[in-house]
Design a protein around this ligand. Structure first.
Ligand code: ATP
Ligand code: MG
Length: 451
């Protein structure tokens, strides 16, 4: 069931329920009030009658003149003796006259139904000394009340029906206004599903409730994020296939050369084998880096832990010294610098920066660690070949390398710095490059000490 229908049904049922209760209350209240005043009327009449001296003896009670003054249309007044005989009666309504004469010596009052009409009655015992000599019985048909009630029922039915009708229209109008943004959203989502193209929901400000606007905003944010992710992935696939094409072309052309002339010509064979080995190594590195980058792109979350950055830098420097026999010095004003970050990713970042420094310089390399305003600053400096000014802005692009000549000798694939940038971004930090050709390069990373 749609939200709109549910809402309408609920409102209508609730309204009907309230109206029924209200109508019953009004109906019973009107009856009660009328009955009370009618009863009062009968009491007054009886009280006046009881003051008449004739009611004190049996002879006076049967005086036909006695009841005439008190009689009203729609009424029956009669005096009944203990043996059940009517000795005096005034009234012309046949239905009332037909009422049975029963005798009890108690005062009684109440209401009975005669042929579906309400009749109020009152029975008062009459005494001569201490002896009950008879009873006055008064009956009064409540014709006015009955016609009132008829009108009341009609009026209540009409107003209730009107209220329900207005409520249906009102709720329908209101819910359609309320749910139209939702329908709009659903439509947009369906369109996205059908066309495969991401689209945002248009927000038309004023006639939307805050919750729905929040929903639409959240949806749009999600779409934006997805859009960015898709674009990045598309770009990545394009870049990666382009990069993979070159070594594969080299390998396949050398393999062709080898099959044609390799058997007879030793020089050709050696050259081809060397090239194939080198290019497959490159291919290996490339795929490895691409996997790392793909992982870094996907993982939006960090495994945060608190660790000592100085210790991590020392360990990494030692490890690289053992592998490459290059001196790496760690400078820090403090003995330990605690940071809350993803330790594995920070190690990876350090390796990327040190790997570049090792590849593009020959002198010892310096790591500097410092704390400034809640940020940890980590710099890796070398005195190597440096980076030309014009290349600076592209350094963090995927597969970007400064020039072809360097590339051949160092064998990089151009993914290191883009991975580094991604890691720094994940930590909400900043990475900067300072470099002068033939003097050296310093890459500085600043990340918040506590994330
Ligand atoms: P890999 O993906 O194997 O790291 P790479 O080192 O070529 O390949 P990046 O680390 O992204 O790629 O660096 C991009 C380019 O920036 C390098 O090709 C290099 O020319 C230049 N570069 C980076 N660091 C330095 C440095 N310390 N000194 C000089 N040039 C550098
Ligand atoms: Mg590198």
């Amino acid at each position: 069931m749609t939200l709109r229908r549910r809402f309408t049904f609920f409102t209508i049922f609730w309204l009907i329920f309230i109206l029924i209760l209200f109508n019953i209350f009004v109906y019973l209240f009107v009856i009660k009030i009328t009955m009370r005043s009618e009863e009062q009327l009968l009491t007054n009449k009886v009280n006046i009658l009881l003051e008449d001296p004739r009611v004190d003896n049996i002879a006076g009670l049967s005086d036909p003149e006695l009841l005439r003054d008190y009689y009203n249309v729609n009424e029956l007044i009669r005096i009944v003796t203990p043996d059940g005989k009517t000795i005096n009666s005034q009234g012309s309504d046949p239905e009332l006259i037909a009422l049975e004469t029963t005798f009890s010596s108690q005062f009684e009052t109440g209401m009975l139904l005669v042929e579906g009409r309400r009749v109020i009655y009152m029975e008062v015992p009459l005494y001569e000394g201490h002896k009950v000599i008879g009873k006055i019985q008064l009956y009064r048909k409540l014709t006015l009340l009955d016609s009132y009630l008829q009108v009341l029922v009609i009026a209540l039915t009409v107003t209730s029906a009107g209220a329900i009708l207005f409520a249906i229209l009102g709720t329908y109008w209101f819910t359609s206004r309320l749910t139209s943004p939702i329908q709009h959203m659903v439509q947009t989502m369906r369109e996205i599903d059908r066309s495969g193209k991401l689209r945002k929901i248009e927000l038309n400000g004023k006639d939307q409730s805050a919750e729905l606007e929040q929903l639409a905003r959240a949806f749009n944010q999600m779409i934006e994020k997805l859009d960015r992710t898709f674009a990045r992935q598309r770009q990545f696939v394009a870049d990666a296939s382009h990069e993979l094409k070159t070594p594969l072309t080299v390998i396949s052309s050398y393999a062709n050369m080898l099959s044609r002339w390799g058997r007879d010509n030793d020089n050709v064979r050696d050259e081809a084998i060397e090239a194939i080995v080198k290019e497959s190594e490159r291919l290996q590195n490339l795929t490895k880096s691409m996997l790392v980058l793909a992982e870094a792109e996907q993982e939006d979350w960090l495994k945060l832990e608190t660790f000592d950055l100085v210790q991590l830098a020392d360990e990494t420097a030692d490890m690289l010294y053992t592998t490459f026999q290059r001196i790496i010095r760690v400078h820090t004003p403090k003995t330990d610098v605690k940071v809350s970050a993803d330790k594995d990713k920070i190690r990876q970042l350090l390796v990327i920066l040190l790997d570049n420094a090792i590849k593009y310089s020959k002198e010892p390399i310096d790591i500097t660690i410092a704390i400034t305003k809640g940020n940890v600053r980590l710099s890796v400096s070398d005195k190597g070949i440096g980076i030309p000014e014009s290349d600076m802005s592209h350094l963090f692009e995927r597969f970007y390398r400064v020039d072809g000549a360097r590339r051949r000798t160092t064998g990089g694939v151009g993914l290191g710095l883009s991975i580094a940038k991604r890691i720094v971004d994940l930590h909400e930090g900043q990475i900067d490059v300072f470099s002068k050709p033939n003097q050296g390069t310093t890459i500085t990373v600043a990340i918040p000490q506590k994330k």
